[in-house]
Write a protein of this length. Structure first.
Length: 61
C-alpha cells in the first residue's frame, strides 16, 4: 500500500459543511489526514463526516 501525502497529519478545517471547506475536508481525508471539522450547520456537517468515513478518513465533528 502506497503512503499518502498526509498520513499521520491532523488538519482543522473551518466552514467544512459546504464549498471550499467541504472540498478540503474530503481531499485531506482522502490523502490520509485526520480532520477536525467545524461549521455553523450541524446537519450538513454530519453529512460531510459520513461522506469522509467510507474513504477511511477519520473525522471529529
Amino acid at each position: 500500500m502506497e503512503a499518502k501525502m498526509l498520513d499521520g497529519k491532523v488538519a482543522m478545517i473551518t466552514g467544512a459543511s459546504y464549498g471550499m471547506g467541504q472540498s478540503m475536508a474530503e481531499l485531506f481525508a482522502e490523502e490520509g489526514a485526520s480532520v477536525v471539522l467545524t461549521a455553523r450547520g450541524r446537519e450538513k456537517l454530519d453529512q460531510v463526516v459520513e461522506g469522509i468515513r467510507p474513504q477511511k478518513g477519520h473525522s471529529i465533528p
